[in-house]
Ligand binder design. Structure first.
Ligand SMILES: Cc1ncc(COP(=O)(O)O)c(C=O)c1O
Length: 374
């Protein structure tokens, strides 16, 4: 993957690139809804490369489990929460009382934001996962944003300097969205150890299962050491269950208890989602096959973008952010007119497009349309 950087001498110019990534006010504008989808066209007509969903479907075991469980839909799913919780607890080697489930990881994050919504501020990288920023703003939280460093990592030194008695939540998205970059484990671990003495640290690991780089590691060990840290993950990405809305958080039971008290309702996750998650989580062969397919299409994407002379940031996820020399929103609209959906990022006068790793066929169509437009 490093070859994308080497060939384009990306790191040499990354300081400039980072200046471009500074999230200006237009960062929020990137959340524009697809105007075509709003006109009620069927989503099936579109090549959906804008939400980082998995194009590789769901585990056959999950499909079977959903079919077998459909008759349970008239019942509340109470008793079944523990099946998934126990499974995650066993895999992560934590007691079950360390786990909270939610309707997607966003659900858990929104509860965390409510927990933090007292006076004080939330410390975040910039740019980072849009929805976290969106919900924090919607809850009128005060945000203290710290620009990513020149390697697109969270600038942990700068962040640590800003941790104060005013900080009540620290959000680290690793790998980060929209950059796809990782923040190295050693630095992150030290940062979390220090910062968690003053505030709850959320390490959001939505793309955890995709990462192969040894510089990365989950921060789950800190949870086991009873640090003031919560890990959030999702079934929406590698497991392909975005439409079933299921995710989880792992933290010390005192944190989990507080979150449960604030949780939206008594059963936020549906039966079929729980069933699908259990079956997918157990299906290692399926997960491995998605990792492999994602790697292949990402390599294809890198190569094709490179042929078009477009620089991208090496990604540890299922999407790629690349820079364009024209208005990214206009370009997105032109692609949309051809029924291809991507996300524009207009960041401090530099223009970027984030494209999800669709199937090879979808990416071939995307690349041929893009080639005519750049
Ligand atoms: C960093 C990150 N977290 C979470 C999600 C998805 O959230 P959920 O688990 O609620 O589906 C995404 C989807 O794009 C994401 O990029």
């Amino acid at each position: 993957m490093g070859y994308v950087l080497d060939r384009r001498q990306w790191l040499k110019t990354s300081a400039l690139a980072v200046a471009g990534l500074m999230a200006g006010p237009d960062f929020l504008a990137c959340r524009r809804k697809s105007s075509i989808l709003e006109q009620n066209s069927s989503a099936d007509d579109f090549i959906m490369l804008h939400n980082n969903e998995s194009p590789f479907g769901i585990s056959p075991n999950a499909r079977e489990s959903i079919t077998r469980s459909i008759h349970l839909s008239n019942r509340y799913p109470h008793g079944y929460y523990s099946d998934l919780i126990d499974l995650i607890a066993e895999r992560e080697n934590t007691p079950p009382d360390h786990i909270i489930l939610g309707a997607g990881s966003t659900d858990v994050m929104v509860t965390l934001i409510h927990l933090a919504k007292t006076e004080g501020e939330i410390l975040v990288g910039d740019p980072t996962y849009f929805d976290f920023i969106f919900y924090a703003k919607r809850s009128e939280c005060s945000l203290n944003k710290v620009r990513l460093n020149d390697k697109f990592e969270h600038d942990l030194e700068a962040m640590e300097k800003l941790v104060s008695s005013q900080t009540n939540l620290i959000y680290i998205c690793n790998p980060n969205n929209p950059t796809g970059s990782i923040t190295p484990k050693d630095k992150l671990q030290l940062f979390c150890e220090h910062a968690s003495k003053k505030a709850l640290v959320v390490v959001h690991e939505a793309y955890h299962e995709y990462v192969e780089d040894e510089a990365y590691s989950s921060m789950i060990d800190l949870v086991k050491q009873r640090k003031n840290v919560i890990i959030t993950r999702t079934f929406s990405k590698i497991f392909g269950l975005a439409g079933l809305r299921i995710g989880y958080g792992i933290a010390h039971p005192e944190i989990i208890k507080k979150l449960n008290k604030l949780s939206r309702n008594f059963a936020p996750v549906a039966w079929l989602s729980l069933k699908a998650a259990v079956a997918s989580y157990r299906d290692q062969a399926f997960i491995q096959s998605v990792i492999e397919k994602n790697k292949q299409v990402k390599a294809f994407l890198y190569e094709e973008l490179d042929k078009l002379g477009l620089c991208c940031i090496p990604s540890h996820t299922n999407f790629v952010l690349f820079k364009v020399d024209q208005d990214a929103s206009e370009l997105t609209k032109k692609l949309e007119a051809q029924k291809i959906l991507v996300r524009p990022f207009g960041l401090n006068n530099k223009q970027w497009i984030r494209v999800s790793c669709g199937t090879k066929q979808e990416l071939q169509t995307f690349i041929s349309s893009l080639a005519e437009l750049v």
